[in-house]
Design a protein around this ligand. Structure first.
Ligand code: SF4
Length: 213
């Protein structure tokens, strides 16, 4: 894994990129990028939780669109996810980051990938170095063998990968859009963020730790 090459290529792709040593530093840096009073939201992310970012948003002076807040009805949760599509700051981790400077993300509901691509004024990615892969082929394999199976287990989705630890469609390290026919399938929309038109709308904080999956 080549961190220097990854950072150089993310920057070439108009994504402002930082490297920090610890999750605490990542949290402090992410919060320093969020103006007081900002409307902010995030996708489901083990990495953000491990960094303590959702708690910090709850405690800070922000309008935090917390779709996991206790007591929300399904309709209220849906409304919150829709409002997040045009918030000020959207936070996420990434399923994989290539050394060529691309961000690869796969979603089921797809509220997260939708916000990453368009809408929020600023998007902040926080990712451990375990998310760095050589290229898009490796990114596809990473999702089919690590990210999706572990997320299916975490979310109690009844999918083949939750039981076997890998996607049934993994053939010769590729086969990106193929997958299972389960109702609980979380691999629905497959996105690659390459060179951005809006310079520095996307910010990437790489953490020199293993975080999330
Ligand atoms: S397509 Fe289905 S089996 Fe394959 S990784 Fe996604 S959820 Fe798991």
């Amino acid at each position: 894994m080549n961190i220097i090459k990854t950072v150089e290529n993310l920057k070439k792709n108009n994504m402002e990129t930082f490297v920090v040593k610890t999750r605490e530093e990542a949290k402090a840096l992410a919060l320093s990028m969020i103006p007081e009073g900002a409307v902010c939201a995030h996708g489901g992310s083990v990495t953000l939780k491990e960094c303590g970012i959702p708690e910090a948003l709850t405690e800070g002076n922000y309008t935090y669109l917390d779709r996991s807040a206790p007591g929300l009805t399904d309709a209220e949760r849906e409304e919150m996810m829709l409002r997040a599509q045009c918030c000020d700051v959207y936070l996420s981790s990434s399923n994989a980051i290539t050394e060529d400077g691309e961000l690869y993300n796969v979603d089921g509901n797809s509220n997260r990938v939708s916000a990453l691509l368009y809408g929020p004024k600023t998007v902040i990615f926080v990712a451990g170095i375990n998310k760095i892969v050589k290229d898009l082929d490796e990114a596809v394999v990473r999702v089919k063998t690590i990210a999706a199976p572990l997320n299916c287990k975490r979310l109690n989705c009844d999918t083949p990968c939750a039981k076997t630890g890998k996607c049934i469609s993994l053939v010769n390290g590729g086969n990106m859009p193929k997958g299972c026919n389960s109702d609980g399938r979380i691999c629905v929309n497959f996105t690659v963020m390459a060179r951005q038109r809006k310079k520095d709308r996307v910010k990437v904080i790489l953490v020199e730790e293993e975080l999330g999956y």
